[in-house]
Design a protein around this ligand. Sequence first.
Ligand SMILES: Nc1nc2c(ncn2[C@@H]2O[C@H](COP(=O)(O)OP(=O)(O)O)[C@@H](O)[C@H]2O)c(=O)[nH]1
Ligand SMILES: [Mg+2]
Length: 270
Amino acid sequence: MAEPVTTATPARAFRLGVAGPVGTGKTSLIALLCRELADEIEMGVVTNDIYTDEDAQILRAAGVLEIDRIRAVETGACPHTAIRDDVTPNLIAVEDLERDHGPLDLVLVESGGDNLTATFSPALVDAQIFVLDVAGGGDVARKGGPGIARADLLVVNKTDLAPYVEVDVPRMLSDASQARDGGPVIGLSRHDASSVAALTDWVRRMTAEVRAGRHTPVDPGPMAPHSHAGEDGAVLVHAHDGAAEHSHTHPGVDDLQVTHTHEHEPAGRG
Ligand SMILES: Nc1nc2c(ncn2[C@@H]2O[C@H](COP(=O)(O)OP(=O)(O)O)[C@@H](O)[C@H]2O)c(=O)[nH]1
Ligand SMILES: [Mg+2]
């Protein structure tokens, strides 16, 4: 079959999001990709931290990429908002990188570590990797969520630790594959060269597809309603569906929980 006809190579870089719970190895995976690929493709990195630029500093200290190609966005209280609803600071960081160092082939965007529900908006990234690790337990892949089920790639990281946490890696990978209807899953350890090669091959292939205009971003879906502590210690329950309207639960009189819905300015800020 003939190759599909493609239009001109897009001027901008492939934007690849890396999401997943805190500590599963997102920053390490980005360092690994820079170390493996920076000689062959032009790269940049944007990190998201809640209150610091610590991940950016770790990557700069690792010496895997020119320091100015690693930019940090400080997200404030709600890290998933910055990759889902209010993506402007991230888009500006990506565009600044491309202006200062372009043309770039690939910009990696690390989400602020969160829970299982965070996903990137397709307005920010062309594709996304969701990272789990074996230390979170063999059952996590079965628990699902939009990132696990529908990210472009699921990585099950730190397979070298499996014997210590008594996780059956082949079983976890097959559960993950089932949760994804056969979508791609890679078991990864930075100590296992063949797994590193599987990851870099996927990234190379996706970079070529996106740069050739053959990839259509797919939204894994909005995050599920969730709760976290608000500024005054009250529990906030809300969804990220792009609407300005939020449901919040507050401790009311007599310590009863009160849930009510109201509008926020600016929209979606949580
Ligand atoms: N044993 C092992 N540890 C890893 C691997 N990848 C990352 N880690 C460790 O996991 C911890 C959290 O990694 P980090 O990249 O900061 O996670 P993040 O919060 O998702 O960005 C660090 O101590 C890393 O050294 C791996 O392949 N094997
Ligand atoms: Mg990190």
